[in-house]
Design a protein around this ligand. Structure first.
Ligand SMILES: NC(=O)c1ccc[n+]([C@@H]2O[C@H](COP(=O)([O-])OP(=O)(O)OC[C@H]3O[C@@H](n4cnc5c(N)ncnc54)[C@H](OP(=O)(O)O)[C@@H]3O)[C@@H](O)[C@H]2O)c1
Length: 256
């Protein structure tokens, strides 16, 4: 991936991993557009940076995506990189019948949202030189967290969808999957200070070093996530499933 001179759209760029990527890519010499629902959060990221822009977007809403896509192409016709980063994570109990509102919102935000936005922007990307599409999945795509089953399933689906995109767009758009392990952000309550989770700055340092490798790896895998990403291939899936879920329960109990 070309590392400077791009115009990059980052969904969910007002906080956490998205905001950190926005700052780092900006500092490398890219124009960056951040998008999300909370304009105040987006404007905190862009403040004082003429090459950073904020545009509102609700990725749960198909009409919002359609209007957003028109606007960004009109305002930033040189857009050549899309980072599908926005996401939500909710805990759910599978052992009793429940209100499925959280499960439905998770599928619409984490899976249908990136599918819709990519569809709206794919022709724009194909038309631009050095285009790249980066989808943010999760280590939980490869070994699920049973407390967040729908979330884990959407990330497994994003992994699969990204594989298809890479094959179909080969030679036209570089398709990269960013696979974070557990990182200290506000994704879930208490996560920003949860012990054992990777500090955001350490994570982004490692991620940016991988992005800058030429050629950029098709999967951005920090060392911590190898435990999940390679579990199946290394024939230790059952063990990884047990260990990951036991560790997650312990980390949550320690915070309760
Ligand atoms: N932190 C981790 O441990 C971890 C691990 C693996 C993968 N990830 C993935 O990394 C990505 C970023 O998460 P994060 O950890 O940085 O958490 P975060 O700080 O909560 O960021 C999520 C972002 O998504 C945006 N978003 C949520 N719903 C949206 C909607 N309907 N429309 C537009 N934007 C929406 C939020 O902005 P608004 O609320 O302003 O809309 C927020 O800025 C997510 O895809 C997450 O699944 C995180």
């Amino acid at each position: 991936m070309r590392i400077a001179g791009n115009t990059i759209l980052i969904t969910g760029g007002g906080s956490g991993i998205g905001a950190a990527l926005a700052r780092r890519f900006h500092d490398l010499g890219n124009t960056v557009v951040v998008a999300g629902r909370r304009m105040a959060a987006l404007e905190q990221v862009t403040a004082g940076h003429p090459r950073m822009h904020a545009i509102p977007l609700d990725i749960e809403d198909a009409d919002s995506i359609a209007g957003f896509a028109k606007r960004i192409i009109a305002e930033h016709p040189e857009l050549n990189v899309l980072i599908n980063n926005a996401g939500i994570m909710r805990s759910e109990g599978l052992d009793r019948s429940r209100d499925l509102a959280d499960a439905e919102a998770t599928v619409v935000t984490n899976l249908l949202g990136p599918i819709r936005l990519t569809d709206a922007l794919v022709e724009q990307l194909i038309a631009r030189p050095d285009a790249a599409l980066i989808n943010v999945s999760s280590g939980l795509a490869f070994v699920p967290l049973t407390l967040a089953p729908t979330y884990s399933a959407t990330k497994a689906a994003i992994h699969s969808y990204t594989v298809s995109l890479r094959e179909v767009l080969r030679g036209k758009v570089e398709v990269i999957e960013l696979v974070p392990p557990a990182v200290q952000t506000e994704l879930t309550p208490g996560q920003a200070t949860r012990q054992g989770y990777l500090p955001l700055n350490d994570f982004i340092d490692e991620v940016m070093a991988l992005f800058q490798r030429q050629p950029t790896p098709r999967e951005i895998l920090v060392q911590r996530v190898a435990f999940q990403r390679n579990a199946e291939a290394e024939h230790r899936f059952d063990e990884a499933l047990t260990t990951l879920n036991a560790m997650a329960r312990k980390a949550l109990e320690a915070q309760a």
